[in-house]
Design a protein around this ligand. Structure first.
Ligand SMILES: *Cc1c(COP(=O)(O)O)cnc(C)c1O
Length: 372
């Protein structure tokens, strides 16, 4: 049996007619950049997350950068980010001219260790970016309190957490802005690149509209320096179709996570992901931990089970951030987990027999003790 890490082709085939029709409508109308299809998606996406406004952009990175620009974060400022995240989180901070200040991750839930956020605050700190990594919300109550106490802006990186919630409230609505990615492999994926920012703040909404379109609201009247961060019409139309399925797909992901737990419950050699209480984990990734990660991954691959590592090199150790002067061991949890984390196949297309097979091969591996 072959088990793909994710299966975008099968997903497309399930909704092919609707997608093909949606694309055809864009072609017929020539609304290729922004326009009515993007607007329709924005309205539905805001509604889904119980936010007032949504601004569609052309990537999750653009969403983060536009948010930082809207808050006028610039050179000389500091923004607190997790060390355990995808590189785009700190990268957006650097694009704004500010400096990312990393904090280690929580040993159980993999999001920012909240107890370290406060000690990372200096007089230069302007914002905190909370990342809902792997689909599990960060400790938003506590992070909100810290932001409020120190008068800091709070941005949420929801790139892996579409429709996730903390204490019944949608992610993306705890801070000033919530940033989403619609990269094809995300829980809600475009057929190309895409992103969005949600907010309840009217002024920020207006500013985001300007930033995504060369700093203008009225054609050729450029009020500020912006960017070309417009969402494509075709992506808006596709995302509007796929948004109708997100609840069904998320339910399936959560069910698959339960099945992994069931089939792996007796496997003492791997550590399963912990779910926070009062949080809705949407399982963008199902991440286990093992001291024998590399050998295990190799064995799974040899058995045609395709896995991922998120992420093999922590942000603070990337060459691009050599100048920040961090070194190995600065964030011991993130550093040691980078060698242990393994993302098993996860999508709504995954079936129980495949999950059972993955678990079987994992048991096999430890029974034979193939590792060196
Ligand atoms: C995917 C991702 C991004 C960037 O989104 P793009 O659409 O690829 O630019 C940012 N943050 C996190 C946590 C992500 O997973």
């Amino acid at each position: 049996m072959k088990v793909n890490f994710l299966d975008l082709k099968s997903q497309y085939l399930c909704i092919k007619d609707e997608i093909d029709n949606a694309i055809q409508r864009v072609l017929d109308s020539s609304a290729f950049a922004s326009g009515p299809f993007v607007k329709s998606f924005e309205d539905h996406f805001a509604e889904k997350h119980e936010a007032k406004y949504c601004v569609g952009v052309n990537s999750g990175t653009a969403a983060l950068h536009a948010s930082l620009m809207a808050l006028e974060i610039r050179a000389g400022d500091e923004v607190i980010v997790p060390a355990n995240t995808f590189f785009a989180t700190p990268e957006a901070v650097s694009l704004s001219g500010a400096i990312p200040v990393f904090v280690d991750c929580d040993p159980d839930y993999y999001n920012s260790d909240v107890s370290q956020i406060e000690s990372a605050i200096t007089e230069k700190t302007k914002a905190i970016i909370a990342v809902h990594l792997y689909g599990q919300p960060a400790e938003m109550k506590m992070i909100q309190q810290i932001a409020k106490k120190h008068n800091l802006c709070l941005i949420e990186d929801c790139a892996q957490a579409h429709t996730s919630a903390f204490e019944g409230k949608s992610v993306g609505t705890f801070g000033t802005m919530g940033c989403f990615s619609f990269y094809p492999g995300k829980n809600l994926g475009a057929y190309g690149e895409g992103g969005a920012v949600i907010t309840n703040d009217k002024k920020l909404h207006e500013k985001l509209l300007m930033i995504r379109d060369h700093g203008m609201l009225k054609k050729y009247h450029h009020e500020i320096i912006g960017h070309n961060y417009r969402m494509e019409g075709i992506q808006g139309a596709i995302l509007d179709v796929k948004l109708k399925y997100i609840d069904e797909w998320t339910t399936k992901r959560r069910k698959n996570a339960k099945l992994y737990r069931h089939y792996l419950s007796d496997c003492n050699e791997v550590i399963l992901p912990k779910e926070m209480q009062n949080a809705k984990h949407v399982y963008h990734l199902f991440v286990i931990r093992s001291e024998k990660r590399d050998a295990l991954q190799k064995y799974l691959t040899a058995n045609k089970i395709y896995t991922g590592i998120h992420y093999p090199i922590p942000c603070h150790q990337q060459t691009a951030y050599k100048n920040l002067g961090y070194k190995k061991g600065d964030f011991p949890i993130t550093d040691s987990y980078a060698n242990q984390l393994l993302s098993l196949p996860m999508s709504e297309q995954l079936g129980e027999s495949e999950i059972e097979y993955v678990a079987q091969i994992i048991f096999d591996f430890f029974a034979k003790d193939i590792s060196v």
